[in-house]
Design a protein around this ligand. Structure first.
Ligand code: 9Z3
Length: 345
């Protein structure tokens, strides 16, 4: 199996740009107030490869609109980095391996969706995730017979199932892999995707499982070269808050799409309140709450009407090593169908 498609390249962090001047000369109107989100995009340069991605995504949307009529889900997956230097040697990262995103993408594909998989480069990918980042090396799935490499028969049946699904996704052109590494690349790409997906209106679904950093170092303050250790005995890092982009996504970038975000906490006492707070603030359709410690076994769906629905693997399902995404995705799809129906009336 070839785990990487040609779309995946290594892109480089962009250079800082000077702030664009605002015209404040217009009389009789309150001085224009830039939102934090607008300020962000005015003061941070877009990744240079963005036009290439735009073309690929346009083609993907066009293909499905004209040929298959499939709904399209944007799945975000894995953690964003926060570079500390422009020529990046050091960066801040988070724990996410991309399991939630990669597994969810498989279930969306199985349920007839086309998937744009916006993922942290080198994090887990749909299908190949079964054979990478595991305790086993992929070579453990192979065996030597008469001087030739073959799949170890112990794994062959399981691998055949995965292989068929992978081929089906590829042949039906239903999976588009797009990478990001740092939070700037993530934000620019998310905004672009949202604007392009406006074409299919409510058939677009946003499933935001990526672990996005809350703090970052603005490009205007980022040293060009590697920070030198001789210069100071201590390194003090002064980070800004990443603007809350979800409101922009809901109101401006993707006003017709259904938007699902994840809320991650480690303290179970605050999870529900934080999920409700996100819905209040961003006014989107669904927050899926999860705790770091139990995220693979249970999640909670929190809705704007205040309802909370827990989804849990049963002991039997746990024993069979079933993915919780096998329960999450059908439930999300059901809500997306209701959203489409409501919006189409
Ligand atoms: C999640 O909560 C995901 O479920 C996980 C998946 C990151 C926990 P893994 O990749 O983990 O399977 O190991 N994603 C959202 C995390 C996040 O950054 N949420 C923000 C927040 O909680 C809102 S967008 O404030």
């Amino acid at each position: 199996m070839t785990p990487r498609s040609p779309q995946q390249k290594t892109y480089h962090t962009s250079n800082p740009v000077a702030e664009t001047a605002i015209d404040r000369t217009i009389p009789d109107l309150p001085i224009a107030q830039l939102s934090d989100e607008d300020k962000y995009f005015r003061t941070h340069k877009a990744p240079p490869y963005l036009p290439e991605i735009e073309q690929q995504v346009n083609d993907f949307i066009e293909y499905h609109a004209s040929n298959t009529g499939k709904r399209i889900v944007l799945v975000t997956s894995g953690g964003t980095t926060v570079p500390l230097e422009n020529n990046t040697v050091r960066f801040i990262d988070n724990f996410s391996a991309g399991t939630r995103g990669a597994t969810s993408a498989e279930y969306f594909l199985e349920n007839g969706y086309a998937v744009i998989f916006l993922h942290r480069e080198f994090s887990l990918l749909p299908y190949s995730r079964h054979y990478s980042h595991t305790t086993n090396c992929f070579l453990d799935y192979m065996t030597e017979v008469n001087n030739k490499v073959e799949i170890n028969p112990d794994f062959a049946d399981e691998m055949l199932v995965v292989l068929r699904k992978y081929k089906e996704a590829k042949e039906s052109q239903s999976l588009l892999l797009l990478p990001f590494t740092n939070v700037n690349q993530y934000l620019y790409t998310l905004k672009l995707m949202a604007i392009l997906l406006q074409k299919i209106e409510n058939k677009a679904l946003f499933y935001l499982a990526a672990a996005v950093s809350d703090f970052f170092l603005p490009q205007s303050r980022m040293p060009h070269h590697k920070i030198q250790s001789q210069a100071a005995g201590k390194l003090i890092i002064d980070l800004e808050q990443v603007p809350k982009f979800l409101r922009r996504l809901v109101d401006n970038w993707a006003p017709s799409a259904m938007i699902v975000s994840f809320k991650l906490e480690t303290d179970h006492l605050i999870l529900i309140d934080k999920a409700k707070g996100a819905l209040d603030r961003y006014q989107h359709q669904l927050v899926i709450g999860n705790l770091l410690q139990t995220r693979k076994k249970e999640v909670v769906f929190v809705h704007p009407d205040g309802s909370e629905v827990w989804i849990r693997l049963t002991d039997e399902q746990k024993a069979k090593d079933m993915d919780i995404e096998g329960l999450i995705i059908p439930a999300v799809i059901k809500e997306h169908s209701q959203w489409i129906e409501k919006y189409s009336k």
